[in-house]
Design a protein around this ligand. Structure first.
Ligand code: IPE
Ligand code: IPE
Ligand code: MG
Length: 249
């Protein structure tokens, strides 16, 4: 519940836009001698909890990395299982997302996803378009490099047909040609599971994101981990290449 006291933390700086690399499902399952599919299912539950917690903390945009352009290199049965889970998640849990006032959007090369997934994505987006408490942005068949290539092609097209000149190409124009230009760059990116890498997530957008990693595996990621990440974020000095407020005096 939003009225829950645990979310009332005036001492915290709440990020507007959060990115989460939902990693560690396989290791979580392995530790329990379960198949990887059980880890992915448990990861779906953790995502539901993340949505509730982020909504209650007042985070406005949450981008979650669900399937990368490189994840197609996994065994076909794991891919099939993940696709089944995506369909189930957005079919079955829409009521819960609705209750939380969560608008669902997708980022990535959605055109490269199987037909049934594309249909589910479209429906989830259309059904939720009027919800405004929080946006859940699901990165599916997403690759930061592919997103940049896509933007470069769009801009090259405009250059070719004379709509723009070379001098018109600015950082802002590249940002405007990303998949979801209206979504603010992530203030904070969380990577559970102990890996210290970005794995092709939001490469353009992460230029000044604060990074927070934890050894917790994604299915175990709950309120306490999220709170620790926001507490750490609160203490960060975001200088954006400039000086700290105290050094400017
Ligand atoms: C993340 O968990 C889910 C996807 C990449 C789809 P992993 O499946 O990568 O889990 P680990 O890294 O093997 O533990
Ligand atoms: C990143 O996790 C992608 C997602 C969580 C969807 P991976 O497990 O694919 O990343 P690597 O292989 O450890 O870099
Ligand atoms: Mg992984």
């Amino acid at each position: 519940m939003a009225s829950d006291k645990k979310y009332n933390r005036p001492d915290l700086k709440i990020p507007v836009s959060l990115g989460v690399i939902m990693d560690g499902n396989g290791r979580w399952a392995k530790k329990r001698l379960l198949p990887r599919s059980a880890g992915h299912r448990a990861g779906g539950e953790a995502l539901k909890e993340l949505c509730r917690n982020c909504g209650n903390y007042g985070i406005k945009y949450v981008t979650v990395y669900a399937f990368s352009t490189e994840n197609w290199s996994r065994p076909q049965d794991e891919i099939d299982n993940l696709m089944k889970l995506f369909v189930e998640f957005f079919g079955k849990y829409d009521k819960e997302l609705e209750k939380e006032g969560i608008r669902v959007r997708f980022t990535g090369d959605i055109g490269g996803m199987p037909d049934d997934i594309r249909k589910i994505c479209k429906e989830a987006e259309e059904n939720s378009v009027n919800r405004d408490r929080m946006q859940l942005i699901v990165a599916l068949n997403y690759g930061g490099r592919r997103e940049i290539v896509n933007a470069a092609r769009k801009i090259a097209g405009k250059l070719k047909n004379g709509e723009i000149t070379e001098e018109d190409i600015t950082e802002q124009m590249i940002s405007d040609n990303m998949y979801l230009p209206d979504v603010p760059d992530p203030d904070l990116i969380i990577r559970p599971s102990g890996e210290m890498r970005i794995s092709n997530f939001l490469l353009w957008e992460c230029a000044y994101s604060e990074l927070w990693v934890s050894d917790c595996l994604w299915p175990d990621f709950g309120f306490d981990e999220l709170t620790s990440a926001i507490e750490a974020y609160t203490k960060r000095d975001r200088r954006f290449g400039g000086l700290s407020a105290e050094d400017k005096k």
